[in-house]
Design a binder for this molecule. Structure first.
Ligand code: URA
Length: 490
């Protein structure tokens, strides 16, 4: 009998290497005892036996393509018999290449069920991880921590989802079944159990507001809700504390909703805005600060875009910046993060700024329009250009930002920003790279307006050579404005 001790924390290579050696040596599943040593110290004490050399006369191991993803998922399950099951499948596949097609086969059906559980657990993780901001912003990147309790070892396989979704922030997701972290460059998965420092933060309140806003008592199906959001996850969901009360009041709320039917807001965003409106008034008028202005903007309802956007994305950066950059409108990432230029276009801009020797923190970055405009397409939100009316309504905020920051140079990134700043609808190609005195425009005089392309223009160019050429021109423009700014600073 061969006893094979495994750490069994979802690392596929651990099982694969042992299984390969055993099968190549002709050791049948009945001769193998797969043991799980979840505890690292115990594991270190019981090491892998020296496996026999491969049988030179045996045919090389072959498995159908479908086996690999199936086995990779199954090893992430917590079922203790999973390694034995996989080895039995591997063994049987050597004489029956089409085994996996037999969906009624007991081993195949079991493996598929385990893989399905793992996929479901991974999906739950993408839905129920709640980040909390932690102190210590590093190089302009905010830092977040999340504690989550998955059923299976899904951290490593789910981490790439969070890297794609939250590429612009540093984060750690700790779980009792491993930890994943991302710092903008490396995604690291550590199989050892993580720790929960257990603290709440203001984001918890935001989650609660959000949840209360999207909760629809008329659609309440308690059983389905618990299947979708199983109770075991509630402990780490800030919004879960609301659930009992929301359920208890559901019936009365449905009646009230029916009475108000005609005026019900169309989406949760509208109600979220209402929650923002209900906040104590900001001291903008009194204090006259940019911070006050930002607070005011959170409840902006000047145009209908606030109904569908998640939140107002106000400008950010140095309040006394010599240079202000104005984009078009927040995109998908910005809408969720609540900050300008943190998505793909922001990455392009960051790269060019760096090459031009301009530090992002010394600038003030904002947009002509402060709410994300999009068309829903399936689960995706496709960017849509703001129209003239929307830009005209939002100009009020832009003008105020300029009044507060008093920049010497304003860079218009793209035609929308140029229109917002000048009221002029000329094609960008007619005005690009030519500094204009703002005396003739809507803003104060002695400010230089510098029109250039929007960084997302580069992302849309299909031809690599053209993209490189346009990027070089954009970099030249940004270097130009950098020189102008130095002139102002003396
Ligand atoms: N595009 C913009 O114009 N602004 C952003 O903030 C992001 C993308």
């Amino acid at each position: 009998m061969w006893t094979i001790p495994l750490l069994a924390r979802g690392d596929f290579s651990e099982w694969r290497d042992a299984a390969r050696a055993l099968a190549s040596a002709g050791i049948s599943p009945r001769e193998v005892d797969w043991r799980i040593k979840g505890d690292i110290e115990l594991f270190e004490a019981s090491t892998m036996p020296e496996l026999p050399p491969p049988d030179a006369a045996a045919a090389p191991l072959v498995v159908p393509q479908a086996f690999l993803p199936l086995a990779e998922a199954v090893v992430c399950h917590t079922e203790p018999g999973r390694f034995h099951l996989l080895y039995r499948l591997l063994w049987r596949l050597q004489s029956d290449r089409r085994l996996l097609e037999l969906t009624a086969d007991k081993d195949v059906a079991w493996a598929r069920l385990l893989a399905k559980n793992v996929a479901r657990d991974s999906h739950k993780m993408t839905a129920f991880v709640r980040f909390k901001e932690i102190a210590g912003e590093a190089e302009g990147r905010r830092r977040f921590f999340a504690w989550f309790e998955p059923t299976h070892f899904v951290v490593a396989r789910t981490a790439p989802f969070f890297r794609r979704r939250f590429a612009d922030m540093d984060w750690i997701i700790a779980t009792p079944k491993g930890t994943a972290s991302w710092d903008g460059e490396s995604l690291i998965a550590d199989m050892r159990p993580g720790e929960n420092p257990g603290h709440g933060d203001p984001t918890d309140a935001l989650w609660r507001t959000y949840y209360a806003s999207i909760f629809n008592p008329a659609r309440l199906k308690t059983k389905a809700m618990q299947a979708e959001m199983p109770k075991k996850y509630w402990r780490n969901l800030p919004e879960a504390s609301l659930i009992p009360e929301l359920i208890a009041n559901a019936e009365a709320n449905v009646r009230a909703m029916a009475e108000r039917a005609a005026s019900d807001p169309p989406t949760f965003h509208y109600r979220l805005q209402e929650a923002a409106q209900a906040m104590p008034p900001a001291n903008f008028a009194e204090a006259g600060t940019l911070e006050g202005l930002r607070e005011e903007a959170r409840r902006c309802t000047r145009c209908p875009l606030h109904c569908t956007a998640t939140q107002t994305v106000f400008g950010e950066g140095r309040e006394t910046a010599t240079m202000m950059m104005v984009g078009e409108q927040p995109g998908d990432h910005e809408d969720l993060a609540g900050r300008p230029f943190v998505g793909p276009a922001g990455k392009v801009l960051d790269g060019v700024l760096k090459e031009a020797g301009l530090a992002r923190e010394t600038l003030y970055l904002t947009n002509a329009v402060k709410h994300f405009k999009y068309q829903p397409r399936g689960k995706r939100r496709i960017h849509e250009k703001p129209n003239r009316g929307e830009i005209d309504h939002c100009r009020w905020w832009l003008t105020k930002e300029i009044e507060f920051v008093k920049p010497k140079i304003i860079v218009a990134l793209g035609a929308t920003a140029f229109y917002a700043l000048t009221g002029d609808r000329q094609p960008l190609s007619h005005v690009r790279s030519r500094p204009i005195s703002m005396r003739d425009a809507v803003m104060e005089d002695n400010v230089v307006l510098y029109p250039t392309i929007h960084p997302s223009f580069l992302l849309r160019l299909p031809d690599e050579a053209e993209r490189r050429r346009q990027r070089a021109l954009f970099l030249e423009d940004i270097r130009d404005v950098g020189h102008l700014a130095k002139g102002f600073l003396g």
